[in-house]
Design a protein around this ligand. Sequence first.
Ligand code: C2E
Ligand code: CA
Ligand code: CA
Length: 910
Amino acid sequence: MAQRGRVLALSRAGNPGAQAARVRWLAATLFLGPLFVVVWLLLPHGQIASLPGLIAMAGSAFSLGIALVMFPAERVSDTALKGSLFATTAVISAGIVAGGESGSAFALFYVWAVPYAFAYFGARDGIIHTAWVAACFAATLAIQRHSGVAGFKHPAISWVMVVGTLVVVGTLVRELTRWGRESDARFRRGFDDSEVPMTLVGLDGAALDVNAALCRMLDRRPEEIVGRLVAKSVHGDDVASNQSAFRRIVSSDAVHETFDTRLVRSDGSIVTVSATASVVRDEHENAQYFFVQLQDVTAERRAVEELRRRGLQQQAIARLGQMALNERDADAFMQHLSETVAVTLGVERSSILVLDEFAEEFTVAAGVGWPDGIVGILRTAASEASPAGVALRSRTQVVIDDVRGDGRFDVPQIVHDLGIRSGVAAVVDGQVTPFGVLVVYSSQLRNFDADDVAFVQAAANVLSSAADRRRSDDANRFAALHDPLTGLANRTLALDRLEQALARRRREGTTVAVLVLDLDRFKIINDSLGHDVGDELLLQLAPRLCEAVRPTDTVARLGGDEFLVVCDAITTPREAMLVAERLAAAVAEPLRLQSGEHFLSASIGLAVSTVASDTPETLVRDADAAMYRAKDGGRGRYEVFDDGMRRQVLSRLRVETELRRAIGRGDLRVHYQPIIDVLTGLPQCVEALVRWEHEDRGLLAPAEFIAVAEETGLITRLGRFVLEIATAQVAAWQQTFGPLELCVNVSGRQLTNPQFPDEVAEVVRQSGMLPGTLGLEITESVLIEEATSSARILTALQDRGLRLLLDDFGTGYSSLSYLKRFPLDALKLDRSFVEGLGDQPGDTAIVEAIMRMARAVNMAVVAEGVETEAQLKLLRALGCGRAQGYLFAAPMPAAEFGAYLASRRRAAVA
Ligand code: C2E
Ligand code: CA
Ligand code: CA
């Protein structure tokens, strides 16, 4: 009740400064009055009615004054003040009585009390007090007369004079104070009606007053605040900083100080306010109390906080995007992403659920905040009713603010078990099918706002584009490692798998088998039926080959009609042979195309790793060698690489290195063998034949190294060397001995070079040979294998004035009518036919037929390997134009050949 009274008093008086002044004035009156009494006692005065009474009266006035001064002025209630004033009047009355006759002058003291009431309590209180004074004075007069104390001669007149004076002075004072009161009231109204929450706070930290706006803001009644420490309404964490702010204002010259603080409303919710506090000082610059204005900045601060959060989220997304570009390890990236999302959102858990389309299941591929045995392990059904399932199917987000209160979904039990209360699931979409779902989980009921949800989705999108990129990377990788036609592995991948298999072999002691499979005569199919049919055959064959081996084995297409099979972990060589047989059977099955049924066969070479030093390259090389053996052995069969082959392979390797060095060092020689006019017996042409002057093994014939030179590509340099030496040599002989033709052997490899015709023409030009005297010898197999490109290049050669000869004719399979499509000038009848001439009637017949056909297509014929006069005679009889062989001369070095030419010329002349 006392509290309330004080509140009301304050509310009406408005200003604690005014209240303090009121108290001080009354106290001053209470000191000053008795002081005058004491002075009066010391001076000569009339008869005193009662000295002790007068002293008691002065004493009680002093005490009253001291009591007022002792009590904190601004907290003295109106009631107390009014009570003091009434008591003062009573004390004055007692003083008049005790002062005796002359004491009636004490009545003047009333003049101090009444205006006071008017000044500080308003008209009503002034009138009440005047009435109280009038009553007291009337009583005083009555007491004086009754006790016979000499008083006023006419008490009624005295009474009227005193009371009248009081009314006049009081009214005057009332009018004078009205102005002050009004400004006070204006302050009061400004304070009370202001929309700005305000409070007055005492130096001790207690609220002296609050306005309605503040009460509304805190949702409290004034009496719940006023008189209590303001700290009670302040958020615990802010009390200390507030107090120091108040202390700063008092101690510094700063007019005011503004600071943020959180206040607690009646329902416990928090209001963030910006407080501007200023100190109110009295005329002596002493701090009196604080005036505090507040502004609700909750929304503002929340907006700033929101902005900050959004900034953090955007940064996080940008960083994740950056990382997605650089991070090669998909799992590490997913883990990092799930961590970043959880931390940025301030939730305890997150997970990335990757969809297994076929099993309709999610795998928890990454995540934070989970107990062991979940991330990377747990699989859950991608059910249509689960939040993640819905996000996946709707391809958007699912937001759950309260898991328990949300009946829409079928939430996995683990979510309840872990006390998860809310969450967001966002689809990680893919170009074709969704990749999975990104989920964040909170243990608190939480309102995920639009920004939070957008953030989760943005992170999911980063993951989705990373996954898409990875998928297309995978597609690129696939393309880089697979044969575009059949989709089988290519050489690179097969060698890589073989390498891995060999590494395992070394660890586990298993055996690796490599099979090289080459289709027989596939080129003929391609040439005769077209590439489309060839491709279709390969396409049908590829899956059959895969079915013939175990799923863990690798079937690769090396190009053309060549396949490589890598069999991992074979236990016995026999097992590998069974694989070869199964592959052969798979090829032998007829292939049905629209063009009809086709029958294929394959030559298969098998190599099994036996030593730890085996490398993918050596194994494939061995299998390759075995495959050639199978082809040589009659095709449609398989060969196992053995030690004999190994030795051969090794010697080939040695030849290769040595030949490479020999070419560089100039260890190659050119020998010359004459080609004779069958009718005249004179040398008309010379064939250049290469030799190798080997440092250890002496002069080596081409049979020892030409094949290796062709395999390794060294043939290009070798051929060029022979061409340059021979043309220069023959040009010189032409100068000395007159017309002489030159024939140089050309390998298929050289013909694949489109620049070859121009290069040859240039060599001929530089040599100074007579035009049209150079012929190139090309073997049949070269023409058949590269039919189209060969025809083009042969025409180009012929255009440059070169003669073209078909070497070793008869060893291949083609007929002359097939060869007609090439622009050939002559054919060289293979030695094998010449050998049997005369002795073998069949051979004679064949040669006869060839001669007839050659004439029909207008080709000259050169017989090779003529060793006997009998052979020569028959050839002459059959109409063969030229012959070459030991019968005339064996190949010989240039010097010898020069001498030979000289002697033949002499013989011809003779
Ligand atoms: P080719 O083109 O058929 O050369 C003729 C081969 O028959 C030569 O063997 C020659 O010495 C041999 N020969 C000549 N007359 C007789 C004879 O009466 N009886 C027997 N039994 N053999 C005779 P050579 O020099 O060993 O050359 C072998 C093969 O090497 C050549 O066969 C040719 O295909 C190739 N060759 C030689 N030099 C070169 C070259 O510079 N470049 C290319 N690409 N191949 C060359
Ligand atoms: Ca030849
Ligand atoms: Ca030949």
